[in-house]
Design a protein around this ligand. Sequence first.
Ligand code: NAP
Ligand code: GLV
Length: 305
Amino acid sequence: MSVLVISPGRNPEKWVNELKNQHPGMNVFVYPEEHDKEEVEYAIAWKHPRGIFKNYPNLKVVASMGAGVDHITSDPEIPEHVKITRIVDGQLREDMGDFVLALILNHLRNLSLHHNSREWKPKSYIRIKDTRVGIMGLGVLGSGVAEKLVKNDFQVSGWSRSKKELEGVKSYELDELEDFLENLDVLVCLLPLTPDTENILNSDLFEKLPEGAFLINVARGEHLVEQDLLNYVNSGHLSGAALDVFRKEPLPEDHPFWENPKIYITPHIASVTDPKEVVPQIVDNYERMTEGEELHNVVRREKGY
Ligand code: NAP
Ligand code: GLV
């Protein structure tokens, strides 16, 4: 029985070393090296080539290297019986909270605007206690961001499929999107990418936000209709946006986002999985699989997250 690590475009060395350190008996193949496909029961994947898993007759589990699983669930050729798992990690949650907090403070205190502007032009600023932040997606990461913002005295609300009980957070459910959007200064997207959420950040939604609202997308590039954002930022309806994720990564050099002074770009670094932190849960699920036990953090394939 073997494990396949498959992450084209991402160096798998740290993952392989941690797997071998933490489970010395494990037989690990690294794609695309020569390997016997019949031997592989467990794959650890990030953006695998589409369709490849149908060639592994004994595959039982595909484990995502990250919190997101859209790179796996979007492959229609993964057999139904194969379980998909994702990473749930306290450090990832903490890092996402820190990052969103930093982006909001940067926006409120106009730091990017003042930095290197060569202009001595103090701009008035908005205080934390007067800032209403809404989070789309109150799952593992969204609820972590909400907790951090509540602790820092923001006014926090969240929107998710089902209502949540989170201290200090006003929770809205699926059919309350409009009510959720109408009183926000900052909107944070932390939804998973599914057929229901693709292109959700579009003109219709921006129109429902108050004039001057700021958008933060730290979920997936495909949530955002890029031209709609440009239109709403250029018209002034949105005061700007901070984007960490893009439809095409790296963001192409000639992309209009680079030129827009109201759009802040970061290279998908909001919350990065540390193999050392998460390999224990990968190994635990591997052992559960071999013992025929229930796995942890299994994706509900009918929901897509
Ligand atoms: P999660 O725990 O699965 O949470 C998803 C949340 O979204 C849940 O609250 C869910 O509602 C809600 N949701 C799902 N579909 C919805 C819909 N159609 N309408 C309204 N709400 C919906 O996911 P997570 O671990 O927090 O991760 C969120 C995403 O962050 C990942 O999928 C990934 O794309 C992104 N991410 C980005 C980075 C980065 O560095 N930029 C790092 C890690 C992850 P219910 O609770 O009611 O089910
Ligand atoms: C990163 O984007 C992740 O899904 O972990």
